[in-house]
Design a protein around this ligand. Structure first.
Ligand code: GTR
Length: 327
């Protein structure tokens, strides 16, 4: 039988078109540590939706929430190496990888959240982003994570003496271990997912976090004293694997960046609401909150933490000074 040349030609064209569209279509996977309904979860879902919409379906992003793809330090490595493309990361566990990003983990470096955003949206943010990019992570937009304060199950904390002798969970970062040690406590670096059990069984006496995480994790059920030390104000990023980003066309880059910025706007709005509702919720559940009248002694105790950071990163003194000089 004579082969139908016309039909096989059409078939080949169709096959080539299919291969072509497959080569241009990217399917990304994204990591997020938080539960459903958390501001970051909602905003990352929005990001995924916007990426797809703004790239006309050329890029799709499947989000994995609740830390199901691993702990945060592991996920950061995954995104750096390209095993995952996207992550909503706290800059805390990025600090040990990119020294520039570690500047935000110096206790009390930011006066408040608006101060943090002024720094991030200026030259300081550019320096931090550059440092991260050199390590394979590009921050597309910044999320709000409020201020972190201490909590424990035994007593209100008003002075460094109250932390002395306490075992306190911290995120994986030597700056935080130094911070607790300078207050006289015993730092216990641990993954987020393990903290509830550790508090419950007395493996640690306390931890530190913002209102929404204190509430969403149930930590307030097992550590009912929340003391407003507000010692850390750490931003979060929508971060992308640098190679994945650099492989995009200019139009795609712009679309992805825009999607991240819009998701950040939503996150910041939801964050402000959630901070208030989380606080109300835990206080109604019986949590005892205290303001700290004088944070001076906590700040003074941090001098060696700053000295150690600057000794290890002399070239970053201008960044620290830039932040301190930012109004
Ligand atoms: C939360 C933050 C998480 C994670 C967590 C922790 O506030 O959003 O990314 O860093 O704290 O304490 O591990």
């Amino acid at each position: 039988m004579k082969p139908n040349l016309k039909a096989s030609f059409a078939g080949a064209v169709a096959a080539i078109a299919l291969i072509g569209s497959a080569a241009n279509a990217a399917e990304w996977r994204g990591w997020n540590i938080h539960v459903e309904g958390y501001p970051n979860t909602v905003a990352m879902d929005k990001f995924a939706e916007l990426v797809e919409e703004k790239t006309g379906g050329e890029i799709s992003l499947q989000m994995f929430h609740g830390g199901t793809l691993g702990s945060q330090p592991d996920a950061i490595e995954q995104v750096r190496l390209g095993g995952l493309e996207i992550g909503n990361f706290n800059l805390g566990p990025i600090g040990p990888i990119a020294a520039e990003a570690n500047v935000v983990s110096l206790p009390f470096i930011f006066k408040d959240v608006p101060h943090m955003f002024r720094v991030l949206n200026g030259e300081g943010g550019e320096m931090i982003a550059k440092g991260m990019e050199a390590k394979g992570l590009i921050p597309l937009a910044w999320y709000d994570a409020g201020a972190r304060s201490f909590y424990n199950g035994a007593k209100p904390i008003n002075a460094p003496e109250d932390v002395a002798g306490m075992k306190v969970r911290v995120m994986n970062n030597d700056l935080y271990s130094g911070m607790i040690a300078e207050l006289g406590g015993n730092p216990s670096p641990m993954a987020f997912a393990e903290v509830y059990q550790a508090l419950k069984t007395g493996v640690v006496d306390g931890a530190e976090n913002n209102w929404p995480s204190y509430e969403s994790t149930g930590h307030f059920e097992v550590a009912g004293y929340y003391s407003l030390s507000q010692h850390l104000i750490i931003p979060e990023c929508v971060c992308i694997n640098a190679d994945a980003y650099n492989a995009l066309s200019d139009e795609q880059k712009a679309a992805v960046k825009e999607a991240a910025m819009e998701s950040a706007e939503l996150q910041q709005q939801l964050w402000a609401e959630r901070e208030a509702t989380s606080r109300k919720m835990v206080e109604e559940a019986g949590v005892v909150t205290n303001e700290i009248a004088d944070k001076g002694p906590f700040q003074e105790a941090m001098v060696p933490v700053y000295e150690a950071y600057l000794e290890a990163n002399a070239d970053l003194r201008p960044l620290v000074e830039l932040i301190q000089a930012t109004e």
